[in-house]
Design a protein around this ligand. Structure first.
Ligand code: NAD
Length: 467
């Protein structure tokens, strides 16, 4: 007998998944503080018990050095879970606001309610952290979630799919692995929020799909994050902090300094220090350093090698080895403003340094381009720091530091303009996945007829006084 094979069709399976989660959410199981705390404990245990496997997966996907994996992924997630657990009860409390005379007597409160079923789509560069950190807030806020790890980091994706369901309520959290077809099928479904981290091209696809269902989105995107160094800066500290922030994870960090704009008089001194710091950090041959990560795959390697062409003068680095997915930490100077390396986000270990006449010229340079995810200014002058902070717009910023603003849970982390919309970290993640419902409660015993017809002159005179 001939049996026609049945082609697997991911769409209905995806639809079923969302329907199941919606039923689970409807049951009310996710709403209690106890359920939410259990999920946070589960995530904390996941990180503690599977630490070795997470490190291995990150090393396999990105050659991530252990300390970078601990700082940028594992401890980060553990700390977010701990911080959220500590404050959650307080965050969930109804918030009293004042009630104006017109609505007296009455009590006004903001109730925080979960949104429902949310979708979290993560990228490959911090493939563990960028999926788990939003999930912490989504579960803390009492939602069901589908998480979609990046197929570009397959070891971490497989690890999450294998272990996450053992540590959280698997009837309320689903892992969907896959690439474009699987994500496209997911995006056809109706969610109550979509949290996407990745590039802006896909960000637009996500936002258009979400618009079909009027689903709100958080878009954590990227862009070219500038670093401004003025003539008053402590150049030794600036070089160390720029090199660290740039070459951590081999430059594959959304808030890595993309390029440096330096005051002309200190240009040579800074360039010299950047090169010597790279030598100090990674030795004479960074390819042999255990502290230097690799490019995620051959496609990105080829893209980055392409950026080295016609890109000014190589101060240090510039070498690469495709078989090892290695690109040396590279500093470029005399870079033409229209070079390819100055067009799109670099997202790799190449640092162009451009000389500027002064801080105002640097500000003009930044403002002539899309709003970046982060901006860094190195200066000892309060006035210069303030000028940069108040005359430019960026998702976040550091003064005399790079990258580390994202490690402060009180600071909202997110983009502005082309670098994204919405923000998270700490309480902000909880709020992202929460609806703030404004509620006015009135007693019925007293019911002044001031607002009711017939509208008399006497009522008008009183209303004019209190409105
Ligand atoms: P990626 O290739 O892993 O893509 C991100 C996600 O989008 C993946 O889960 C992928 O499966 C999905 N995807 C890809 N194509 C799709 C399509 N056509 N339709 C639907 N889904 C699709 O990661 P990426 O985009 O290369 O990530 C790098 C970018 O992300 C950089 O621009 C970086 O700055 C940005 N980023 C931003 C942040 C932040 O917090 N703002 C953090 C990390 C990375």
């Amino acid at each position: 007998m001939n049996v026609t094979p049945i082609e697997p069709n991911p769409a209905p399976a995806t639809a079923e998944l969302v329907t199941d989660l919606r039923a689970r959410f409807g049951s009310g199981v996710t709403r209690s503080l106890a359920w939410r705390l259990r999920q946070l404990d589960g995530i904390a245990r996941f990180v503690a018990e599977r630490r070795g496997e997470i490190l291995e997966a990150l090393a396999a996907d990105l050659g991530k050095p252990e300390i970078e994996a601990l700082a940028g992924e594992i401890s980060y997630v553990a700390n977010e879970a701990k911080h959220t657990k500590k404050h959650l009860k307080q965050w969930m409390k109804p918030e009293r606001v004042s009630t104006p005379l017109l609505t007296q007597p009455g009590v006004s409160t903001i109730l925080r309610e979960p949104l429902g079923v949310v979708l979290i789509i993560a990228p490959w560069n911090y493939p563990f952290q960028l999926l788990m950190a939003p999930l912490i807030g989504a579960l803390a806020a009492g939602n069901c979630a589908i998480v979609k790890p990046s197929e570009v980091a397959p070891h971490t994706s497989a690890l999450i799919a294998r272990w996450l369901p053992h540590y959280v309520d698997a009837s309320c959290v689903k892992v969907v692995e896959g690439g474009v077809p699987e994500t496209t099928a997911l995006l056809e479904q109706r969610f109550d929020h979509i949290f996407y981290t990745g590039n802006g091209t896909v960000g637009r696809i996500v936002m258009s799909a979400a618009a079909q269902h009027l689903t709100p989105v958080t878009l954590e995107l990227g862009g070219k994050s500038p670093t401004i160094v003025d003539r008053t800066a402590d150049l030794d500290a600036a070089a160390r902090r720029i090199v660290w922030g740039k070459f951590f994870n081999a430059g594959q960090t959304c808030v890595a300094p993309d390029y440096v704009l330096v005051d002309e008089p200190v240009h040579d001194a800074l360039v010299h220090r950047l090169a010597s710091t790279i030598r100090q950090f990674y030795g004479d041959d960074p390819q042999k350093s255990a502290d230097y990560a690799r490019i995620v795959n051959a496609r990105h390697h080829a893209r980055l090698v392409g950026l080295l062409e016609n890109a000014g003068t190589t101060v240090c680095g510039g070498t690469h080895d495709e078989s090892d997915l290695y690109i040396a930490p590279t500093v470029l100077k005399d870079v033409p403003e229209d070079a390819a390396v100055m067009r799109d986000e670099i997202f790799g270990p190449i640092l162009p340094v451009l000389a500027m006449a002064d801080v105002d010229a640097a500000i003009r340079f930044v403002n002539a381009r899309p709003k970046p995810l982060a901006l860094y200014v190195f200066s000892s002058s309060r006035d210069a720091q303030e000028r940069v902070l108040t005359r430019t717009s960026s998702g976040g910023a550091c003064v005399n530091q790079t990258v580390m603003h994202l490690a402060v849970p009180g600071l909202p982390f997110g983009g502005v303009g082309e670098s994204g919309m919405g923000a998270y970290h700490g309480r902000h993640t909880f709020e992202t996945f929460t609806h703030r419902k404004g509620v006015l409660k009135k007693p019925t015993q007293i019911d002044p007829d001031l607002l009711y017809p017939p509208y008399t002159d006497a009522k008008r005179r009183i209303l004019e006084k209190i409105l």
